[in-house]
Design a protein around this ligand. Structure first.
Ligand SMILES: Nc1nc2c(ncn2[C@@H]2O[C@H](COP(=O)(O)OP(=O)(O)OP(=O)(O)O)[C@@H](O)[C@H]2O)c(=O)[nH]1
Ligand SMILES: [Mg+2]
Length: 297
């Protein structure tokens, strides 16, 4: 994960490199934090703390401003870290990935399956995106690449029926985890949003005791727009966890803070690329370390 936020860290480094901290460099820092999507509250807190410290500095206290910023970001993320402990208490655990179009649901389904597989768990993928024409091919190719079992149907089929069959199969074959990949949907399309409720209902009808976790997949490079969409999802269906994708190659490494501040839903994983291993359990300390990494330039 280190190096993922290189762009941000480089800019940060260049602001502070060989410069004394003054009103101008604080202003530069403020705009960098804004463009990195840290969100108003966090940016204000960081700047306030640095300015306060600057005033104190003349009296001999010179705390590193980057350390101050790092501490404040860590505070803002307090409670955001949640890990998916394997083995699970109950088999199969069901995780349904939901979100807007192109957020990274299908790729994250494969990555999540792969991470459990690497720990010795068996995973069943359920292709519940029966809506987009090429969706079946995409998830099939992941299942072949990673040697994962897959339950799918034809384009246009009832996605709730696929989910139902998948849960039956997961129980019969004693899988540890069932991952349900759903179709991308806009939060404003009521019929598509209602379909999520139906998936949940149908699974519970088969097995009242089944524990289903709905994880929202958010594209971390999109900024505050995705936060509004996430809020709308949370109104239709309870969201138990987040995966934040596409944190590679973006200078918006701070979006994660804004997303957590707005939603207060734990972040399980972050996606940092298109390969199966570009997927990390979210860890506050590692994340802030990557943000504030010092580079020689
Ligand atoms: N760079 C990068 N690309 C990613 C990441 N996650 C997904 N992608 C890419 O984003 C695109 C969309 O990913 P999908 O997994 O198909 O997204 P989706 O949410 O399933 O899309 P729909 O099913 O169409 O709603 C693909 O080209 C992925 O390779 C990531 O963490 N980093
Ligand atoms: Mg998909």
């Amino acid at each position: 994960m280190i190096g993922v936020f290189k762009k941000f860290a480089n800019n940060l480094n260049s602001i502070f490199k060989s410069k004394t901290l003054d009103a101008e460099s604080i202003e530069e820092l403020e705009s960098l934090l804004y463009t990195a999507d840290f969100g108003t509250e966090t940016v204000e807190k960081i700047i306030e703390a640095i300015e306060k410290n600057l005033k104190k500095q003349t009296k001999g206290d010179n705390t590193d401003p980057l350390k101050l910023a790092e501490t404040i970001i860590q505070e803002q993320l307090n409670g955001s870290e949640k890990s998916l402990a394997f083995p699970f208490e109950k088999k199969p655990k069901v995780i349904m990935l939901i979100g807007v179009n192109g957020a990274g649901k299908t790729t994250s389904s494969a990555k999540l399956a792969h991470s459990i597989q690497k720990q010795g768990g068996s995973v069943l993928l359920s292709a519940c995106d029966t809506f987009r024409a090429a969706a079946n091919e995409q998830i099939k190719s992941w299942s072949e690449r990673l040697n994962l079992e897959l339950i799918s149907s034809h384009h246009g089929a009832d996605s709730a029926a696929v989910a139902y069959d998948s849960l039956l199969a997961a129980k019969k074959r004693a899988h540890d985890l069932l991952i349900i990949d759903t179709a991308g949907r806009l939060h404003t399309k009521k019929n598509l949003m209602n379909e999520l409720e139906k998936l949940d209902r149908v699974l519970k009808k088969q097995d009242e005791s089944v524990s289903i976790e709905n994880w929202l997949v958010i594209d971390g490079s999109l900024g505050s727009n995705s936060i509004d969409q996430a809020k709308a999802f949370n109104e239709v269906i309870p969201i138990h966890g987040l995966i934040i994708t596409k944190l590679d190659g973006t200078s918006r490494g701070g979006s994660l803070v804004g997303i957590y501040q707005a939603l207060k839903i734990p972040i399980y994983f972050i996606g940092t690329g298109e390969q199966p291993d570009d997927f990390y359990p979210f860890n506050i300390a590692k994340y802030t370390k990557a943000l504030f990494e010092k580079f020689e330039s």
